[in-house]
Design a protein around this ligand. Structure first.
Ligand SMILES: Cc1cc2nc3c(=O)[nH]c(=O)nc-3n(C[C@H](O)[C@H](O)[C@H](O)COP(=O)(O)O)c2cc1C
Length: 337
């Protein structure tokens, strides 16, 4: 059933297909019965118990509309968002492009989402009905497009306030290429100031109890010096984990494709090596106990294994899920050692 639906969806324009998939998964999540994550290579990281190491990356379910359905597909964890404090429309359409010859996507969605209050309502209903059956839920946080960069920390802390009792972990997204200036927050004094503020909020919200872990999601387009500085800051500020990587601006591997010049972030197969290299570099310099979630161009068991070998503790997928459907979740969870 899923295979047929997914083949049909790939024949439709990408954003229509996306909306239909979210509606279908929403329906699937409301069917009676309980199905949870596949269990394989269980592990506990930053206080969360993962039934398996395969997660859905941020950006597919930006508003947490289809979490229960996604959880039923067997993912060990599902990351929703990016959510911003206020609803915003994102960039004008078309803003999502398929490059099937490369098993890739280019997107410049621009954090289209219904805002933090709508997400909080949906997640509280799910938690109240206990519909998540052991799937870990991360929430990916961003800033509104019209919030000045100097005030970005206010947006991240505002989202934390509304969601801290509902998320198993938070991701600070500083690496989307589609919000002007956002990637600057990955560097220098801006990063240090932002981490100070969000860590302070994390402590306040915990009231002395367990904190909601904070992870930082970085771009693949970082040079060695950038990687070293971020690693330093992660340790200094006691950030609980790293997600590497977001989409790339590099178009070398899709040069010549009719859609290769579209603005936005490139994901899928052309990202495989770049993400693995970034994971490897961070793993070499970060303390062993600081977890890394590897993401970018995992399209096969071999890609997944390579990223684990490069030092990732958990993995996420997005583009291969679009091209291969739910089968890839099963094949990855069943085949990893
Ligand atoms: C259409 C689309 C939308 C995305 N939106 C987000 C987002 O809102 N926040 C985010 O952190 N990453 C977002 N991403 C990036 C993915 O989470 C992931 O990091 C990236 O696509 C690399 O993984 P992949 O090669 O498996 O797709 C998006 C990716 C795609 C293709």
């Amino acid at each position: 059933m899923f295979n047929l639906a997914q083949k049909l969806l790939l024949k439709l324009p990408p954003e229509i297909a996306h909306d239909m998939a979210i509606s279908g998964l929403r329906f699937f999540g409301n069917l009676p019965g309980s199905m949870g994550p596949y269990t394989s290579r269980k592990k506990t990281l930053f206080g969360c118990e993962f039934a398996n190491p395969i997660g859905l990356a941020a950006g597919l379910d930006k508003d947490a509309k289809a979490v229960a359905g996604l959880a039923r597909l067997g993912f060990g964890f599902v990351e929703v968002g990016t959510v911003t404090p206020r609803a915003q429309p994102g960039n004008p359409q078309p803003r999502l492009f398929r490059l099937p010859e490369h098993r890739a996507l280019i997107n410049r969605m621009g954090f289209n989402n219904q805002g933090v209050m709508a997400m909080a309502q949906r997640l509280s209903k799910l938690r109240a009905r206990d519909q998540l059956a052991g799937t870990i839920i991360g929430v990916n946080l961003g800033k509104n497009k019209d919030t000045p960069l100097a005030d970005a920390a206010n947006d991240y802390t505002a989202c934390m306030k509304h969601l801290h009792a509902l998320a198993d972990y938070f991701t600070l997204n500083l690496s989307s290429p589609n919000t002007p200036g956002l990637r600057q927050l990955q560097h220098g004094a801006e990063l240090s100031e932002l981490l100070n503020r969000v860590k302070e909020m994390q402590q306040q919200l915990a009231f002395g109890g367990a904190v909601t872990p904070l992870l930082l999601k970085v771009a693949p387009d970082l040079d060695d010096e950038g990687i070293e500085r971020i690693a330093d800051q992660l340790v200094t500020h006691e950030v609980e984990g790293l997600i590497a990587t977001n989409t790339t601006l590099d178009r070398a591997l899709v040069a010549g494709h009719p859609l290769g010049g579209e603005a936005g972030g490139l994901s899928g197969e052309p990202l495989t090596v770049a993400s693995r290299t970034v994971v490897q570099k961070f793993r070499r310099i970060l303390p062993k106990e600081l977890p890394i979630i590897g993401v970018g161009g995992i399209g096969s068991v071999e890609d997944a294994q390579n990223l684990l070998d490069a030092g990732a503790d958990l993995l996420q997928i997005y583009t291969s899920f679009i091209y291969q459907g739910p089968d890839i979740v099963r094949s990855l969870t069943r085949s990893l050692y």
